[in-house]
Ligand binder design. Structure first.
Ligand SMILES: C[S@@+](CC[C@H](N)C(=O)[O-])C[C@H]1O[C@@H](n2cnc3c(N)ncnc32)[C@H](O)[C@@H]1O
Length: 272
């Protein structure tokens, strides 16, 4: 993928985006009427999505804390980071070690504006606008070069974002994951989860709905087996690939997902 391609620099409040819809699900304020209307429409078919989003965010928090506290990771490259919310990756990682470094990557111009105000808080954190498929552009970006030492382990995060990109031999989830993993030293980690459903009606409906709603800025609801393929060649940490609320839960007090038309599915793989 060409560096800088397909990046929008202006914010259009009338076309919903994945970032702002997700923000609305999490109870944030960085969303518009069009985003809220799309969420309400989607809820008619997949009513548990708010619980799913909240649990996904909790998973992200647990993964970052676990990798920092138990596996000594001090560098995080967060692809599809989303709008700032509570317990952002740098806050969790720097809660373990203030020297931890984080590069946030998102293609949504609103993430750049709000992110720079709220996430770019210290010299160990940066927000860059890029398409997550642009591996060369991201890895050679001056902020990445300044913050990430590629001779040391890195955790590359792809949390709840791979469903936003379509299948492609060169730029689909498998190709991107492989490309990034090849650039990281052994002992690095790939954190990957995405929306899946084993019901073809849900996959078709939601994929079509999100594609129309976001005007083509969407990929595909996949199946658990598709996510499993992303981990080929990696050592998957316990408990394996799971619905993310069950990945090393630290409390029983999590929003219960009452229906399971779709789930957020994935885990953590260590690079050999
Ligand atoms: C559902 S949010 C997930 C946010 C965060 N990773 C989390 O799990 O809490 C997906 C994010 O990915 C971003 N995104 C979607 N497609 C992208 C792409 N091709 N390149 C970079 N970011 C992308 C969206 O703008 C949005 O902020």
């Amino acid at each position: 993928m060409q560096s800088g391609s397909q990046l929008s620099t202006s914010i259009d409040a009338t076309v919903p985006t994945a970032a702002r819809m997700y923000d609305y699900y999490l109870g944030g304020k960085d969303n518009y009427a069009a985003d809220r209307a799309a969420v309400e429409e989607l809820d008619k078919v997949v009513p548990s999505t708010r619980a799913l989003a909240l649990n996904n965010r909790r998973f992200l928090r647990r993964v970052v804390r676990t990798l920092a506290a138990e596996y000594g990771v001090r560098q995080f490259l967060d692809h599809g980071s989303g709008l700032p919310t509570q317990d952002n990756v740098h806050q969790v990682a720097q809660g373990v070690d203030p020297a931890a470094r984080v590069v946030y990557v998102d293609n949504d111009p609103m993430v750049l504006v709000h992110g720079r105000a709220l996430l770019d808080q210290n010299e160990q954190t940066a927000v860059i606008q890029a398409d997550l498929r642009d591996t060369d552009g991201i890895l050679s970006h001056p902020d990445t070069a300044r913050l990430i030492d590629f001779s040391q382990p890195v955790a590359a995060l792809f949390v709840s974002v791979l469903h936003c990109i379509p299948d492609s031999d060169t730029d689909g989830p498998r190709a991107v994951a492989r490309r990034v993993a090849e650039r990281l030293v052994p002992g690095s980690f790939m954190v990957m989860c995405q929306l899946v459903s084993e019901d073809p009606r849900v996959r078709d409906f939601v994929t079509g709905f999100m594609d129309r709603t976001t005007q083509g800025h969407w990929g595909r609801v996949r199946q658990e087996k598709d996510v499993a393929e992303l981990f080929d060649g990696l050592d998957v940490l316990e408990p394996g690939l799971v619905e993310v609320s069950t990945w090393r839960p630290d409390t029983e007090v999590a929003p219960r997902q009452l229906t399971h038309e779709w789930i957020e599915f994935g885990g953590v793989g260590r690079i050999r």
